[in-house]
Design a protein around this ligand. Structure first.
Ligand SMILES: [Zn+2]
Length: 339
């Protein structure tokens, strides 16, 4: 099991980043991986707080080229600090893992569980995939910063949270039908994140500081569950395969969490769960519940459902059991009002 050593969540705590990192004597530099926009917003606060030379590396895409660029810059650094939404955290995490130096995660939005998980979502050779790394040593989540992020990102975070419902069901199924290891503690921890969202969607939909906090706590817990399981199983099932298939079929149309949320509605139906409840909760937070809202065509939805199991054939899910074809995929998507 691998855990982050320190997690701090609070208002205005970005200005405490320097103390949080606890630089050892001697090794005094750090590389900051972040996108251009984020850099503009936080550079002043971070520079003042850290009080030592920092090398800012601009991350523009979550691919290996960016990972290598960050690695080159960080060869003599004590640590890498990833500040941003998704890309910078993924790229910084993998670069630090490969250099075997500490990684600190500083999320500026609550849009997915990569904030705390031991996995980095990286694209290479045309596809997106999760690469095993290590969880961040520390996570510093400034609620003032996260609450000021676009609501669309938080709505996507809700989609990634609710997806633990079907991910855990898929994991249980894989244990029953394919003899896979199933860790009850990790499964329950991930499931709790989904349930906190399902029960609290109305208040989370207010998009105030309390909802940003609830969301970021849920996403961090879910990522920690993956660290406990030593696999992405508690966080990623058939609904994630559906999202990965959409990434291959129509890349860049929607956010990861938006696609996972829609996937969860349909996979909940296949599992015999209350998919209407999932849909209602997503609606409460104004997250998309249909392909049309994301500019994804009915045909792309159906294709993604059919192609999802081949994205990762070793991952047994409800889609391995049900085996959808174009016709049954269309029926499922229509029945759950995704198309
Ligand atoms: Zn996810």
């Amino acid at each position: 099991m691998e855990f982050p050593r320190r997690i701090r969540i609070g208002d205005g705590i970005l200005r405490e980043l320097g103390d949080f990192v606890e630089f050892p004597p001697g090794k005094s530099t750090a590389v900051i991986a972040s996108g251009g926009n984020v850099q503009e917003k936080v550079k002043g606060i971070v520079t003042k707080s850290v009080e030592r030379p920092l090398d800012w590396v601009r991350v523009d895409s979550s691919d290996l080229e960016n990972v290598e660029r960050v690695m080159r810059a960080a060869k003599k650094s004590y640590c890498i600090i990833g500040i941003g939404g998704g890309k910078s955290v993924d790229v910084g995490k993998l670069a630090a893992f490969r250099l075997n130096i500490p990684f600190f995660s500083v999320p500026t939005s609550a849009s997915h569980d990569g904030i705390s998980s031991p996995f980095a979502s990286i694209s290479g050779s045309g596809a997106h995939y999760s690469e095993r790394a290590k969880p961040p040593v520390g996570i510093l989540a400034d609620i003032d910063v996260i609450a000021a992020a676009p609501k669309k990102l938080e709505a996507a975070g809700c989609g990634d949270l609710v997806s633990k419902l079907t991910a855990v069901k898929d994991w249980e199924l894989a244990s029953k039908e394919a003899g896979e290891y199933y860790g009850e503690y990790a499964a329950n921890l991930a499931l709790m994140s989904a349930q906190v969202f399902l029960h609290g969607s109305k208040t989370i939909g207010a998009y105030d500081k309390a909802s940003a906090r609830a969301l970021v706590e849920g996403l961090i817990s879910a990522g920690v569950a993956a660290g406990i399981a030593g696999s992405s199983r508690p966080c990623s099932g058939s609904e994630h395969l559906f999202s990965h298939a959409l990434d291959a079929i129509c890349p860049g149309k929607a956010l990861h969490g938006e696609q996972c949320g829609i996937g969860t509605i349909m996979m909940a139906s296949l599992h015999g769960l209350n998919w209407r409840n999932v849909r209602r909760a997503l609606k409460d937070v104004k997250a998309p519940t249909s392909g049309a809202e994301l500019g994804i065509t009915d045909d792309e939805i159906k294709r993604a459902l059919v192609e999802a199991p081949s994205i990762r054939p070793d991952r047994y899910t409800i889609l391995s059991k049900v085996k959808l074809d174009k016709k049954s995929a269309g029926e499922l998507a229509r029945e759950t009002r995704v198309i």
